[in-house]
Design a protein around this ligand. Structure first.
Ligand SMILES: *Cc1c(COP(=O)(O)O)cnc(C)c1O
Length: 391
């Protein structure tokens, strides 16, 4: 049999393991006909809350909506500053702007790609002292900004330093939200990702560690009141019943078919997380001798969900050369993220400039990701290492 082409993320290999269960799950939905928020959704919430180890889980329509619901539950609005990393997917900061609040970016820790607690502390002090970021342009929110909360992003599946972040949030009276869209299945000192802050948010976009066959997301919270608020916000600010509207909310519901797919995939998750650890270890071993390539690692006490295996080339030219060699060998690669958020046109009105976040800017020019999924085999990884080692 001809070997199939190496995939960046091999969803087909996964599907072969669960196809029957998925079909049965979808058929059950077709039979009972509760297409939105049906029994599969409630079951998924129950299973995932247990897995993460928090009291409540709230399924919703995407990872973006999970973040939006979390911020809405925290009452975020105009004049509020939400601190977050400049090196993440756009959704993290987009939801802040959608609510009229202002993202205040923070540079990353070069060792983990995650928000730097030290730099976060400095930004908060700066913000409190001036009431406004000094370089915020005239288009930025009029009047002084109030530091309200932090969104930490577990980039590429590696949890942030939550001991440090929780401490900073508490000392400054800020809430802490975990954007665990890439980290479901990861761990931090014995605790599961998405359960590491007041509200944890994740995404079920197909390419994430727990991905469906469409869009979906989930919020996790220990607090009863926050959970009830998010539950109401998920369905148009619903009160006692569907036609009682007590606040402005969104349509953030999850489809039953998506939940059925996710239930089938969830049964594989622990095994897949282990397979990802093994794949990452093999990469680390095989790529160690490759010159001028910085490899990712999980510090002691951390387990990454390895949503991505991202490496750093020496410079932009070397990255282009490495990616070119891999492409020639039919090995797919990707760049997450080629442009940090503070330099994106969408956030231009915030007034940031090149040079504001040197680590994010430097990494954006050097980073690239290699194929990573639970079904990656040793031979393919050897080939990747061989190609990268060529001069
Ligand atoms: C994917 C992702 C999101 C958004 O999730 P969607 O389900 O695509 O809306 C948010 N934050 C991060 C860090 C992500 O990777």
């Amino acid at each position: 049999m001809e070997k199939t082409k190496l995939q960046f993320i091999d969803l087909a290999a996964q599907q072969r393991r669960i196809r029957k269960k998925v079909e049965e799950g979808i058929k059950a939905v077709l039979d009972h006909g509760q297409y939105i928020m049906g029994p599969e959704v409630a079951l998924l919430e129950k299973r995932l809350a247990e897995y993460v180890g928090v009291k409540h889980a709230l399924a919703c329509s995407s990872g973006t909506d999970a973040l939006l619901l979390a911020l809405m539950a925290k009452g975020v609005g105009p004049g509020d500053a939400i601190l977050t990393t400049s090196f993440t997917f756009v959704a993290t900061a987009e939801v802040i702007c959608l609510l009229g609040a202002t993202p205040v970016f923070v540079d990353i820790d070069p060792d983990t790609f995650n928000i730097s607690p030290q730099k976060l502390e400095n930004e908060i002090r700066d913000l409190k002292a001036t009431g406004k970021k000094s370089h915020l342009g005239s288009d930025a929110a009029a009047g002084p900004l109030t530091a309200k909360g932090i969104i930490a992003v577990d980039l590429f599946g590696l949890p942030c330093d939550y001991k440090a972040l929780t401490d900073i949030a508490a000392r400054h009276g800020l809430f802490l939200i975990e954007d665990g869209a890439q980290a479901f299945g990861g761990m931090y000192f014995g605790r599961k990702a998405c359960g590491l802050a007041a509200i944890g948010c994740t995404s079920f976009f197909p390419a994430k560690p727990l991905g469906g066959y469409g869009d979906g997301g989930m919020c996790f919270a220990e607090d009863d009141e926050l959970f009830e608020l998010m539950k109401s916000l998920r369905v148009h600010g619903q009160g006692a019943d569907r036609y009682d509207n007590v606040r402005i909310g969104i349509n953030g519901r999850l489809d039953s078919i998506q939940a059925a797919v996710l239930l089938a995939k969830f049964d594989l998750l622990e095994d897949e997380i282990n397979l990802r650890q093994a794949a990452a270890q093999r990469y680390n071993h095989l790529l160690k001798p490759v010159e001028n390539l910085t490899l990712p690692h999980a510090p002691p006490g951390y387990v990454s969900a390895w949503a991505q295996y991202s490496v750093l080339a020496k410079d932009e030219d070397q990255r282009a050369a490495s990616m070119g060699k891999l492409k020639k060998a039919e090995i797919p690669t990707a760049i997450y993220y080629p442009k940090p958020l503070h330099l994106q046109k969408a956030f231009k009105n915030l007034g940031y400039q090149r040079g504001d976040f040197p680590v994010s800017e430097d990494f954006a020019q050097r980073i690239f990701s290699l194929p990573m999924h639970p079904y990656l085999d040793f031979a393919d990884q050897k080939k990747i290492a061989h190609v990268l080692a060529e001069n």
